[in-house]
Design a protein around this ligand. Sequence first.
Ligand code: CP
Length: 305
Amino acid sequence: MPHVLSATDMPAAELLRRAEAWRQRLTENATPPIQPKAALVALLFYEPSTRTRAAFEQACVLLGYHPLVITVEASSIVKGESLQDTVRTLNAQGVRAIVIRHPHSGAPQLAAQVSHTPILNAGDGAHEHPTQALLDLYTLWLHYGKPDPTTQWLSGRKMAIVGDIRHSRVARSNLTLLTRAGAEVWLCAPPTLQPDAPLQNAHLTSDASEAVRDADVVMALRLQTERMAQGLLPSLNAYRRDYQLNTPRLQLAKPDCVVMHPGPIQRGVEIADEVADGARSLILTQVQNGVYVRAAVLEYALEEK
Ligand code: CP
């Protein structure tokens, strides 16, 4: 029974191939025949989500499972039930898998310790967002023509991730998958939004020009004000001036550089409209690929071995 807790333990090459099979299936037939199963997959969301939740809901439907969405406000969690007891309860009711988004780092790992069914991490605090990193990797894999995913197929490519690195689970999970595929990864944030501890295999800078110069891929990140202690960002205008991904800044990158963002976007803050909506933007492709990737991950976790 495989849990999917971190980018480190995901079989990325296998999951890219499974996602591609889903893309092809859904491209050929937008409403493929589905064999409904009399079984539930729980989506346990302790934090807001649009993309991840909708993609996992679609993935459940595509695989024939009924998605049981549980949000904090409408559950016994508000009565003080612990995460572990919530997981035990769902296990006792026979759910086949539990997808968890949680504000605390390590919550899916805690859930996995007591769960008889697979736990899928849909983002935990500032720790990991493995399926987001996988869909980002899949988006690049398609963009670069589906090279052999078992090789270092991003070797020679420079990837710059710019924004609130300190609070970014996306940056952490992406760093794992991108460096494993051979990319040179640059993480760029103002000094107050850099990580507390060094992140292995990353070039860390506070100079956005250094990060973006000659990059093949630039990913902008949202300022996670909900996780931010007061004073970490003294001036939003200064942030825009020094870190916003806009046309002049993007001109430092390679001419064929593509732009990514995990969403949600704060237009006019970390990314300018003309870049978010421009010809180099893969942002909506990332969202679309999120469905194929979640179907692949759920299929992998639920497969009878
Ligand atoms: N990228 C991402 O996790 O978006 P949501 O918060 O909308 O799921």
